[in-house]
Structures are given as C-alpha cells and as structure tokens.
Ligand binder design. Structure first.
Ligand code: ZN
Length: 238
C-alpha cells in the first residue's frame, strides 16, 4: 500500500514537473526558446491575439507618437478577418510573428494539427502581407518538444516572455501599468532585458476591449522614453 502511494506520488511529481516544463515561460526543459537579452535597458513590447479593430489601430497611433517599434504575434484567423489592419501594422514597421491559425493549446494537439496550425498561419501572413515570420509564440506559452521542432522546421524561433502584464484580468490602466513596472523592476534587478506580454486582441472573439492595454502602453512610453530605455524587438536577442 505504502509502495503504491509512493509510486502514485512520484508519478504526480513527474507529471507536475513535465507540465511545469511545458507551461512556465522561462522553462527550457523541452528545448530552447527566446526570452530576453542581458541589457537591462532594453524592453520589447509584444502584443498577442490581434489584429483587432479598433484597439490595434489605437495602439499603432500610440507607438507612432513615440516612434517605438513593437512586435505583434497575430492569429491567422484574425488576419483573415481584418487583413487591412494587419497591413497597417506591417506598414508602420512593426515586427510580426506567428501565433497559430486558431489559438489552440498546442500541448493537447496531434502532431498533424500542430503542423497545420503553424503552417496555415504562415500561409495567411504570406498571402496577406507578403512576408514569412521569423518568430513564433505558442498560445498560452504551451509547448512540448514537437511544437518547438515544427516551429524550427518552419524557420521560426519560439519566443516566450519574462514580464506578464496580466492585461486579460487587470482592467484598470493605472493598476496595469504598475503591475508591468513591478515586472520590469524584477528583470532589471536580474540584469536582464524585458520581454513584456500584452494583448491587442482576443483569441475568443474579434472586437475584445483592449483599451486598458493601449492606455497603459501610452503611460509606460511616457515614463520610459526619457530614462534611457531602448525599445527593441525580440530579434535583437537572437
Ligand atoms: Zn494568445
């Protein structure tokens, strides 16, 4: 009986460890992913789940005002729904990455589904924007070795993050801004660059309200631009 309990406990710990390895943004257990560089003055603003009218457009205005280049991990389905918005992001000079075709949790997808999710998103980006992305961000940060292998086979570097804005649950821009600042202080203390996860769209529907992210971005840029911070894209850390 004790032996059985010990075996069950060990299996639980192993499963927990494997799950942690697949989900923790900083984990390198299942293969190398790009997170951030070593210059604490560098920050990458990354936005997932778009394009999304009207908030992606508002975000472009804020970024243009400060002459800052950001990264947009787009969902293929959203690009199909809002191709013109995707073109505007590209025309504004931002970096565009693959965030799958329909935003599933790839941890639970078959090998063929993983391939089609990544490849179809690339095909939509190529068709709409005439470009093939170099960067890939797995939905929810969920990956296992096969996900990373497929991304690499398609010529993309998997990118995670080290500062989560939690903008899907913090709806007050000031609270959102201070949450992000807290994360920035932590990475700076570790002498790391910061890769901030935010959202300009939503994986459940088009038109999701991301006004808090737009306002918090404007506040962050106002604060950071004069204190020697350099805004970069993750490609800088390759
Ligand atoms: Zn997402």
């Amino acid at each position: 009986m004790l032996g059985e309990l010990a075996t069950a406990a060990a299996a639980g710990l192993t499963a927990g460890g494997l799950y942690y390895g697949a989900m923790a943004p900083w984990s390198q257990m299942y293969g190398r992913t790009l997170i951030a560089g070593c210059d604490q003055h560098e920050i990458a603003l990354t936005y997932d789940d778009g394009p999304n009218d009207i908030h992606t457009g508002h975000l472009l205005e804020v970024l243009a005002k400060h002459n800052v280049r950001a990264t947009f991990f787009m969902i293929g389905e959203r690009v199909r729904q809002r191709p013109q918005m995707a073109r505007e992001v590209l025309a504004a000079g931002h970096c565009i990455g693959n965030h799958t075709m329909t935003h599933p949790n790839l941890l639970w997808c078959s090998a063929s589904r993983i391939w089609s999710e990544l490849a179809e998103c690339n095909a939509v980006l190529a068709d709409t924007l005439g470009m093939v992305p170099d960067l890939f961000r797995p939905p929810y940060g969920a990956r296992r070795p096969h996900v990373l292998r497929v991304a690499n086979a398609l010529g993309m570097t998997p990118v995670l993050w080290n500062v989560s804005s939690c903008d899907w649950k913090i709806t007050d821009p000031t609270a959102l801004m201070s949450h992000v600042q807290q994360g920035l202080r932590k990475t700076m203390k570790q002498h790391r660059s910061s890769n901030i996860l935010m959202h300009d769209g939503g994986h459940t529907a088009l038109g999701i309200d991301r006004s808090q992210t737009v306002v918090a971005t404007a506040m962050l840029l106002d604060k950071c631009i004069d204190i020697g911070v350099q805004f970069v894209t993750p490609e800088r850390w390759l």
